[in-house]
Design a protein around this ligand. Structure first.
Ligand code: ZN
Length: 272
């Protein structure tokens, strides 16, 4: 890992993979050390001192710096970042609600089922997750002839085998209401924290009506999923697919906006 000084943060250094070069810490005390504390001076020094065999080393390192700086800001770690390595990504399991046969509710306004819509959202989450310090993995339910409970148990066993820090099962609501709710297992303290953080992020990012975080017990809708894993688990119901006004709002923000809200909520939970 090469230590790179951030131009606008003279006391901070960050570690980057050495591009086109073997991984090692570059000493700062050799002849030809940078004449100032600027980023260009330092990476120029790396190049002149022969640490980079790749002719395009300087350009490659410079290209990575803005991305990493943005990630540090997103994580809210800029002030705490003093010469330590970036934290490892936190595992977030995403389960697509329903299955490819019974696809959940169909929105007459968005013209899509829960099953198809939430796969779009999950793809957007995967694209942006690293900016939020998250490593997502998407899981699916396979229709099982032995019934619903078996189908849920198999899906959550696969998730548990990956050992995520939290689980989000994605849905949208239907049945004549409007607004956002999140569901959690009634006795899971962390499940409630996750449900609150994700719901607040949805409300803040998408400006939906608040229906609250809702505790679920045995026999309630969603309870089979919510008690399937020892990891904190929530079901998301960000909007009503049969509500004109909710769907208008979702068309404005798109799957990208909802994915971003989910990632913000998960990050806020992990950092709380
Ligand atoms: Zn559903």
């Amino acid at each position: 890992m090469a230590k790179i000084r951030i131009a606008n943060s003279p006391t901070s250094t960050i570690s980057l993979p050495a591009i086109g070069h073997s991984s090692r810490t570059v000493p700062c005390t050799t002849a030809g050390r940078p004449t100032d504390q600027t980023r260009s001076g330092y990476i120029g020094h790396l190049h002149r001192a022969g640490y980079a065999g790749d002719q395009r080393y300087v350009a490659k390192v410079a290209a990575v710096v803005p991305t990493v700086t943005k990630q540090i800001e997103d994580l809210g770690l800029a002030s705490a970042f003093s010469g330590i390595n970036a934290p490892a990504l936190t595992r977030l399991a995403i389960l697509i609600g329903h299955n490819d046969v019974a696809k959940g509710a169909f929105s007459p306004h968005l013209l899509v089922s829960e099953w198809d819509y939430n796969q779009r959202v999950a793809r957007e989450m995967q694209a942006a997750a690293s900016e939020f310090g998250l490593e997502p993995r998407v899981f699916f339910r396979d229709r099982n002839r032995r019934g619903y409970a078996t189908e849920i148990a198999i899906a959550y066993a696969a998730i548990d085998a990956w050992d995520p820090a939290a689980i989000m099962e994605l849905h949208f609501n239907a049945g004549g209401g409007t607004g956002t709710e999140t569901l959690y297992w009634h006795s899971s303290r962390n499940g409630k924290k996750l449900a609150d953080a994700v719901r607040e992020a949805i409300l803040g990012e998408l400006d939906m009506r608040d229906r609250g975080s809702r505790a679920r017990r045995s026999g309630d809708r969603g309870s089979t999923s919510l008690r399937a894993s020892a990891h904190p688990t929530i079901l998301t119901e960000p909007f009503f697919g049969d509500s004109d006004s909710d769907c208008d709002r979702m068309l404005e923000v798109g799957e990208t906006g909802l994915a971003r809200a989910y990632l913000i909520g998960a990050r806020d939970y992990f950092m709380s």
